[in-house]
Design a protein around this ligand. Sequence first.
Ligand SMILES: NC(=O)c1ccc[n+]([C@@H]2O[C@H](COP(=O)([O-])OP(=O)(O)OC[C@H]3O[C@@H](n4cnc5c(N)ncnc54)[C@H](O)[C@@H]3O)[C@@H](O)[C@H]2O)c1
Ligand SMILES: [Zn+2]
Length: 648
Amino acid sequence: MNKKRKRLGTQAVSSRCYLIDKDEEFRSMRSDGAILRRFSAFIHESSLNPGGRHVTSCGMSSGISSDPGTDGGPHDRRAAPVVSALGGRPIVLVGMMGSGKTSTGRRLAQRLGLGFVDADVVIEQAAGMSIEDIFARHGETYFRDGEKRVMARLLGEGPRVLATGGGAFMNAEVRRRIASEGISIWLKADFDILWRRVRRRTTRPLLNNAEPEQTLRRLIAERYPVYAEAHITVASHEGSHDDVVDEMMAQLESFLSPPDPHQALAPGKTNTGKNVSKLEKIGVELGGRGYDILIGDGLIDEAGGHISRLAPGAACAIVTDENVAKHHLPALERGLDAAQIKHAKIIVTPGEGSKTYSVFERVCDEIIKARIERNDLVVALGGGVVGDLAGYAAASVRRGMRFIQIPTSLLAQVDSSVGGKTGINSPFGKNLIGAFHQPSLVLADTGSLVTLPAREFRAGYAEIVKYGLINDPGFFNWLEASWLEVFAGGAARAQAIAKSCAAKAGVVARDEHENGERALLNLGHTFGHALERVTAYDGARLVHGEGVAIGMACAFRFSARRGLCSAEEAGRVTSHLKTAGLPVRFRDIADWDASAEQILDAMYQDKKVEHGALTFILTHGIGKCFVAKTVDPLEVLAFLKDELNAGP
Ligand SMILES: NC(=O)c1ccc[n+]([C@@H]2O[C@H](COP(=O)([O-])OP(=O)(O)OC[C@H]3O[C@@H](n4cnc5c(N)ncnc54)[C@H](O)[C@@H]3O)[C@@H](O)[C@H]2O)c1
Ligand SMILES: [Zn+2]
């Protein structure tokens, strides 16, 4: 027993926990006699270790590595500060099957002098069968449920290196827990590497099908945008594991190093220790009302400096929503405090429901109540909803105040924060009340996107695709090839944002008040807005960018039907949007029901209706969109009917 105890070490998972495992993590397996016997054997072999914790002594291969103390402790002199900065949190490795989580995880644990746990092995032990068998007997949902419970427990058991199964991080609850209780590292490998590593293995339940290669590609497409939410990303390459672990150590040191407010910023760092990507600056050329869009990581931390340069001595009213306030308001306030900028904050409920008269009234009143004067600033910190609402309040209070956009959603960074359209919704339609009011500065902090939910990220991506489809086929080609990198973050993402902002800035400079070219930016929006309206602006069913994605696919299909563009081009657009995880058909919207007549009726509420005629953006192909004002509503109705009846 003692020998076994020593082999498993004091980092071992306690049998108390396995009892909980049995009871809670894989409850329904009790009905299976063989497994129950396996469980009981497993439990009875457990005993209390000298430190009062239970140590399992079962003979199964353990997912728990030896106590580092027994084999010489940490092997890296940089370990102690990293472990101390972890403050008891585990390091959680996420990534696809074959990315090397177990092999690099063990080495990282050894370097740090910590224990190593492979969550999959713990699950197999708890269930008394292989993951493949759990999948085969009980299905994936059942496995994920057990996995969630196992993860919840493992995360609470102190500092160690924890390798997770490829799907664990896809669960929003698990992700939230990892974000708050651990430090996550995404081991990112590209398709070729993964395929080489996993193609011959037969123990990967998700790949045990007729088309493993396509399945792997699909999993990459689905998972990478979500894995990108991990705190740290490290490339898993064909080099030695030790190189990868070196990179992990370096990134951990950088991520965990406390900011020193007394020290000048090291080159390439913000005062939060984040890496500063190259700062992009794009001008919106509107003469006296022109302004800059700055794009880069860490801009929220630095906003105080930018604001005091723009408006020395001015106070700020920050308008934000609850979600964004939680993640990013403290950093903004710290920066404003450091720059000695007086500020008030107005926090609204997240979502389209805040673009109403009543919330608008509240925001205006609170700006006035906080004694924010005419020469002060309104700061919109958030997505398009906050930007439109705060911008309209800025346009209205004291007959117009200056305002700054700090967009935190992808959609707001690439679209709504630029161009000066502000407004709220009327019960009769979207954005029907509003004003053109240009911001004085746009600070697009790409780092803020780390906390943006994956669904919202995808929705914003639809607006990026829009710029390629309107008049830049080269950009669309690039997106088709690079969308995974855009989703994963880093330089490609910043590049896509900058490219989109530059496109929008150009259009706005040429046609600020939408008398011509600017209407092209509404590609997909006549359909999209109607869909938002018939789903009652209910973000649970459809968010703006998703409506735009369906709308763009419809605009291309409608154009193809009228012989304006080829069916192949329409298919290519649909296929790219779909690959990026966006909806492209009416049927992709869950839980709704509207007739073609109702959708058409909703289109007539659009503010682009002129003399009772609908305006559409149609296309001669990718990059060849144009404004169409003479579309016969009966033709639209017939198209809508066919779309509603379209099969899978
Ligand atoms: N003014 C314009 O030119 C223009 C252009 C396009 C869209 N819009 C408007 O923009 C709105 C849609 O914008 P949106 O998609 O940004 O919606 P949004 O503002 O509702 O944001 C989407 C969700 O993401 C959350 N969020 C935002 N940033 C976050 C972050 N960094 N971390 C965590 N959560 C975050 C928000 O709280 C919200 O729940 C619509 O009202 C649309 O009409 C305006
Ligand atoms: Zn839009």
